[in-house]
Design a protein around this ligand. Structure first.
Ligand code: MN
Length: 251
């Protein structure tokens, strides 16, 4: 992971981790959720899917980009949006999954935001060997180069290469795969071994609970708690703590 420092010179690796599930354009609830967690005291990790459904997808991206000590991972909705930006024939599909036309216009006008978004990692392994990725699936393994010394670095390098070279179809397939770790503990265990991790945090599919869903003695954790009131699956206001929580609260 690239080392980066905030203005005060604190490495985020030394801060407690704050997990943020799928935001999906709900900047209002995101701000409410982050209120108790000042950026200078937390390493904030977004699991991806900041855009679509709600009206403020690009706003959420800009906020997350500019928040100190923050890691933003790629979700399938960011991939779909970048795909629509590059290929106008994909706009209809992207809008069918909640894409907001004004957000695409905003992104088209903002080359630096595009460049930043294309450089986001697919996953991060934190200092305590917690892996964070968008979907609860091991399909990312197809991007591990057998000669690579670190699986996570290898996956991120391949994902970035795909995003830079019109590889959105493959990215979409991997990042939109159905979560499987809840139902398949042996597969989860193999994935943790392959990535040298002790547990994995993901979002992507709403868990439907009032707290993040913790499976298999804490080895798999779903933080997609339907934060966005604009989500297609939204039925009621889910508690903010279902999506935004300190990592240490889950152990
Ligand atoms: Mn999502």
């Amino acid at each position: 992971m690239a080392a980066f420092l905030d203005r005060a010179g604190t490495a985020p690796e030394n801060l407690p981790v704050l997990l943020v599930g799928d935001v999906h354009g709900d900047l209002e609830r995101l701000f409410e959720a982050l209120g108790p967690y000042p950026a200078d005291r937390w390493h904030t990790v977004f699991v991806g899917d900041l855009v679509d459904y709600g009206m403020f997808g690009v706003g959420a991206l800009r906020y997350a980009r500019d928040r100190p000590n923050t890691t933003v991972l790629l979700g399938n909705h960011e991939v779909a949006m970048l795909w629509a930006l590059r290929d106008a024939s994909r706009v209809g599909f992207w809008m069918s999954i909640g894409g907001q036309e004004h957000d695409l216009d905003e992104l088209a006008r903002d080359a630096s935001l595009q460049a930043w978004l294309r450089e986001r990692d697919a996953m991060v392994r934190l200092a305590d060997a917690t892996l964070v990725q968008h979907c609860g699936h091991d399909g990312y393994s197809q991007w591990i180069d057998n000669n690579a010394s670190d699986a996570v670095d290898s996956i991120n390098a391949r994902a970035r290469d795909l995003l830079m070279h019109e590889g959105e179809p493959e990215l979409w397939d991997v990042l939109s795969a159905k979560n499987v770790f809840e139902q398949q503990p042996e597969r989860l265990q193999r994935w943790l071994q392959a990535t040298n991790s002790r547990r994995v945090v993901f979002g992507h599919t709403p868990h439907g609970g009032r707290r993040p869903a913790v499976y298999h003695e804490g080895k798999a954790i779903n933080v997609d708690g339907l934060l966005s009131k604009f989500h297609a699956k939204h039925r009621r206001i889910a508690p903010i703590g279902a999506s935004v929580t300190p990592l240490e609260a889950l152990t």
